[in-house]
Design a protein around this ligand. Structure first.
Ligand SMILES: Cc1cc2nc3c(=O)[nH]c(=O)nc-3n(C[C@H](O)[C@H](O)[C@H](O)COP(=O)(O)OP(=O)(O)OC[C@H]3O[C@@H](n4cnc5c(N)ncnc54)[C@H](O)[C@@H]3O)c2cc1C
Length: 319
């Protein structure tokens, strides 16, 4: 069930996946397992839905100082990192007048998912198979018994809630410590730029084609609404100017709320009292990378073949 795309973080997301955390040049959490899984998952889903929404594209990390450059180059010599980063030359930066006074490094095995297209195709598939109800879930219509779940005319063994930040309205799981993070993103048009890589300098500029680029994102823990703000727009405009000298036009500005968790790990598992109620949430800032692997892990757990990984299991929080 889905209440028709209302308050949906996935539709605002840039959809990027990046195996590297730039702050200390470390691998993203569980990158060695999540990235290979993702590399199979999205192409399979593309085939299944007969659509193309996965773009493999490198990220150029533009350094702000020599220290960042040193740290990055040191890591490129570590065998554990060689499949994800390198310091190869990229001539398009200078050609496009992109500021890189302190140099840059390249991240590979990165890319972005066109979430809008993927979700629209997946919804079409579910609608064709009559597998989706377009309505707001009504908790008063849910009957939970030991052996079965009943919701209106539907009977099932289990129900899994995947509500993003709206988990806070779920009477069974609202005890889980979600600390949502509002974020805003721009789409800009630049006529005289031809970048074929994602630029990152503490924020990103991602090529979409047709002279359009997505720029983001902001992080705000103080507001929890979907309206865009002038402050976030000004912040992103300032950042773009630190990297690009070109004139640009803003063609879109969107806001969303990330389902982030106090300890920054997913919220997956079954209710401590009602074992047929499950939750799959807390994808935080990295749903694209985390969700495929853990959706599979959770389904194997529900089939009874695995223990849930402790780090993601909601057992770590008491109601
Ligand atoms: C500005 C911004 C940029 C981002 N960029 C990236 C990025 O580049 N890469 C990345 O990996 N992640 C990014 N994210 C994070 C990403 O959006 C999330 O990790 C992910 O989308 C969460 O997916 P979800 O399905 O858990 O939640 P959502 O996408 O929010 O989906 C929840 C769904 O549940 C439905 N729902 C909730 N309650 C009910 C109810 N009672 N009845 C019916 N339906 C209900 C909602 O309508 C919604 O469709 C970004 C987020 C923002 C805001």
């Amino acid at each position: 069930m889905d209440n028709n795309w209302e308050k949906n973080s996935s539709l605002v997301a840039a959809g990027m996946y990046n195996p590297i955390v730039f702050k200390r040049i470390t691998k993203s959490w569980k990158a060695d397992e999540l990235v290979p899984y993702l590399n199979n998952f999205y192409p399979e889903l593309e085939k299944h839905l007969n659509a193309s929404f996965d773009t493999k594209i490198d990220i150029l990390r533009i350094f702000k100082n020599w220290e960042q450059q040193n740290d990055f180059i040191a890591k490129t010599e570590d065998d554990n990192y060689s499949e994800f980063i390198n310091s190869e030359e990229c001539k398009t930066l200078d050609k496009n007048k992109v500021e890189n006074n302190f140099g840059y490094g390249t991240v590979t095995q990165s890319g972005w998912i066109n979430t809008k297209l993927m979700l629209s195709k997946y919804r079409q598939f579910l609608e064709k198979e009559a597998l989706i109800l377009n309505e707001k879930f009504d908790f008063d219509s849910l009957k939970v018994e030991t052996e079965k779940i009943t919701y209106k005319e539907v009977t099932a063994n289990k129900i899994i809630f995947c509500e993003g930040t709206q988990i806070q309205q779920n009477p069974y799981f609202n005890y889980l410590p979600m600390v949502p993070t509002q974020g805003e993103i721009l789409t800009i048009k630049i006529e005289n730029l031809s970048m074929d890589k994602i630029l990152n300098k503490g924020f990103f500029i991602m090529p979409l084609g047709n002279n359009l680029y997505r720029v983001g994102a902001t992080y705000n823990w103080k507001i929890s609404h979907y309206e865009t703000t002038e402050e976030a727009k000004a912040e992103l405009i300032e950042k773009i100017k630190t990297v690009l000298p070109q004139e640009f036009e803003i063609v879109n500005h969107q806001a969303g709320i990330r389902p982030t968790v106090k300890d920054r790990k997913p919220l997956i598992g079954v209710h401590p009292e009602y074992k047929n109620l499950g939750v799959f949430n807390g994808m935080g800032t990295k749903g694209i990378l985390i969700a495929p692997y853990f959706a599979n892990h959770f389904s194997e757990f529900l089939e009874g073949s695995f223990e849930l990984e402790k780090e993601v299991n909601i057992d770590r929080f008491k109601p």
